[in-house]
Design a protein around this ligand. Structure first.
Ligand SMILES: Cc1cc2nc3c(=O)[nH]c(=O)nc-3n(C[C@H](O)[C@H](O)[C@H](O)COP(=O)(O)OP(=O)(O)OC[C@H]3O[C@@H](n4cnc5c(N)ncnc54)[C@H](O)[C@@H]3O)c2cc1C
Length: 403
């Protein structure tokens, strides 16, 4: 019987372990944290956006995004969701293609994987950090603080360094570097952006549905639509994560929010002037009532250099246009981000040309496999990163168990 060791009990590692065990291998899984799937349990704001039905190489980045093609073809979103269904997990796809468990709880995904591994006889070593890998005559030796184990094949599924708060670590890169592999410089993406716009602090805690664009050197370099959260340091939320890569790739970028996507600037001017005419008892602070949230309206008025306490009748065509423009183009200069600890994904990783895209096996060390975020692949926001973990994990597990 082939012995397979999986290092890392995250999304990719659990999928690899299950697949290898289902093909008859004797599988042991090592996880440095006290339980498996710790990062998985916090994904998607605790809801776990586990896939995206549109997943294809176009949604991935890295030295060679085409590397994802085979794994996504063999075990793409359709196959992944059918597989989860077979494990007892019911999922639901949103109109935009994002898939969540029907329970809306990331813990459900962790639970079905953990229970299925138990049922499949995967031997779990938790709280056990593998610190070294050595080549033996017939396979590999893994070494941890108080022990070692030999196996025919090893799958490194240690994840990336992003999301340190939930177990992100550089250990996987080191293990693979010990075996002669190379790592690109590392950055991170899908992260909250810092801004010095005082509007952020005033709007702390507010969520808005907005159009988001990133401007650099007078050009729009990225855009998204969806939820934006205002925080005391800047901007967060899925629509911000989506453009964070573009916003951080260059210096001097500006995030521009369209806070009233379905109303044109001209229409808004007419609405504001109508309000001034029809309800003269109001103040300028009430100008946006009924359009955006009241706190946002007051911040826009302040940003236009107007006094919220002034009478609304002071609103003329020029000031209405200024307000309408601000609501449609509210600018936040980007001063940085919230760092790797808070980021969702690592940009960069172990160079993929050193592995086979058809098997996930190392071209340098036969019998050694890698999958998931430890490789130089990162996906867009929307379930693509977990889909990569499932697709590559499945392929690694399948190949490692092959006699
Ligand atoms: C807050 C947050 C939210 C996210 N939300 C989403 C989302 O909704 N949808 C999506 O697609 N992606 C999301 N992501 C990204 C996604 O979680 C990761 O891309 C994915 O988990 C990567 O899977 P992985 O198995 O490669 O790594 P991980 O899930 O990080 O698992 C690696 C595991 O290996 C263990 N390990 C590392 N080194 C060792 C060692 N030496 N010995 C033993 N164990 C080791 C780690 O403790 C960890 O448990 C999110 C990320 C974060 C941080």
């Amino acid at each position: 019987m082939i012995t397979v060791v999986v290092i890392g009990g995250g999304a990719a590692g659990m999928m690899a372990a299950l697949e290898a065990a289902s093909r008859g291998a004797a599988v042991s899984l090592f996880e440095r944290q006290s339980r498996v799937g710790r990062k998985l349990a916090v994904t998607g704001n605790g809801r776990c956006n586990l896939s995206n039905i549109h997943a294809s190489p176009a949604f991935y980045h890295g030295g060679d995004r085409a590397f994802t093609g085979y794994a996504l073809k063999e075990f793409g979103p359709k196959e992944t969701l059918a597989y989860f269904k077979s494990l007892g997990l019911v999922t639901a796809a949103q109109a935009d293609g994002r898939v969540y468990p029907l329970s809306d709880t990331a813990g459900s995904v962790v639970d079905v994987l953990r229970l299925s591994m138990e049922a499949a006889g995967v031997k779990l070593h938790d709280s056990c950090e593998v610190s070294r890998l050595e080549k033996t005559k017939t396979g590999y030796r893994l070494i941890w603080q108080d022990g070692s184990l030999e196996a025919d094949r090893v799958i490194v599924a240690c994840g990336g360094m992003a999301g340190e708060r939930f177990g992100g670590t550089r250990l996987g890169y080191r293990l693979l570097e010990q075996m002669g592999h190379h790592c690109t410089p590392l950055r991170w993406s899908l992260v909250q952006l810092r801004s010095d716009n005082p509007g952020c602090r005033s709007l702390k805690g507010i969520r808005a549905d907005a159009g988001v664009s990133v401007r650099s050197g007078g050009k729009t370099v990225a855009s998204s639509v969806g939820e934006v959260q205002f925080t005391d340091y800047g901007l967060s939320g899925p629509a911000i994560f989506e453009v964070s890569r573009a916003a951080l790739e260059r210096t001097g970028t500006v995030v521009v929010l369209d806070l009233l996507r379905d109303v044109s600037e001209e229409e808004l001017v007419v609405m504001l002037l109508r309000r001034a005419r029809n309800t003269p008892q109001l103040t300028l602070g009430d100008a946006f009532v009924g359009t955006v949230q009241n706190r946002i309206g007051r911040v826009l008025v302040a940003a236009a250099g107007l006094k919220a306490s002034a009478s609304i009748v002071t609103l003329d065509e020029r000031t209405s246009l200024k307000l309408a423009r601000l609501a449609k183009h509210f600018e936040f200069s980007v001063t940085g981000d919230m760092g790797a600890a808070n980021a969702q994904v690592t940009v960069g990783g172990i160079i993929t040309s050193e592995f086979s895209a058809e098997t996930m096996e190392s071209r340098r060390c036969p019998g050694l496999y890698a999958c998931g975020e430890v490789l130089d692949i990162d996906g867009d926001c929307g379930g693509y990163n977990l889909q990569w973990a499932w697709s590559s994990g499945r392929l690694a597990g399948r190949s490692a168990a092959e006699v």
